[in-house]
Ligand binder design. Sequence first.
Ligand code: MD6
Ligand code: FE
Length: 216
Amino acid sequence: MRNLDLFNSNPCNAIQTIGDGVVFLSEFALSNEQDLLTSLHQLVALSPFTKMYTPSGLAMSVTTTSCGLAGWVSDAYGYRYSKKNPSTNLPWPQMPESFLQLAQQAADTAGYKNFVPDSCLINRYQAGAKMSLHQDKNEKDFSQPIVSVSLGLPATFLFGGLAREDKTIRLPLEHGDVVVWGGPARLFFHGVLPIKAGKHPGLGEQRINLTFRKAL
Ligand code: MD6
Ligand code: FE
């Protein structure tokens, strides 16, 4: 059993408060894993992963796609939400029911009631890909939490505070783990250390992260 399972002997129900407003739900996404992975594969077939560029022109190390009413995009004009996929000029695929249910159940379990995400950003990390420390601040309503679902290869999540210089903690994330942050932690800096090469039995040589938000 993992040493994070402090409050419940059933790892599927382990709930751990990491800090004020940050809740870690060990393996929370595994209860409906098959529907989730089926939906993921359908989404990626409709709207493949693409590379995004930061406003300063640097290629991000992850590739991304989205579903829902709005998708997170980045280009020379900045970071923002767009109702269309810039690489197809079509609306993003609808958010699958299995995604919506997972996000709402996770938010609920973490104490954030009535979460209605309208956007799910899907990031694909191959070995070496990372996410630098940043705040999520392109959303309209900071009273709504962020729900982050990890699938595939393990990762180390960094969680800091409201200032970039604040000390960060390292949170190891494995397939099926969910982190929810909101309230006092909504604008905390966070990031992902470079993913180590490996092979996950279900998802292969990649980490997939689903980030649910109320963007609009
Ligand atoms: C992750 N992603 O991929 C975390 N935030 O595990 C993020 O925190 C994130 O990919 C804001 C905008 C894009 C992102
Ligand atoms: Fe983020």
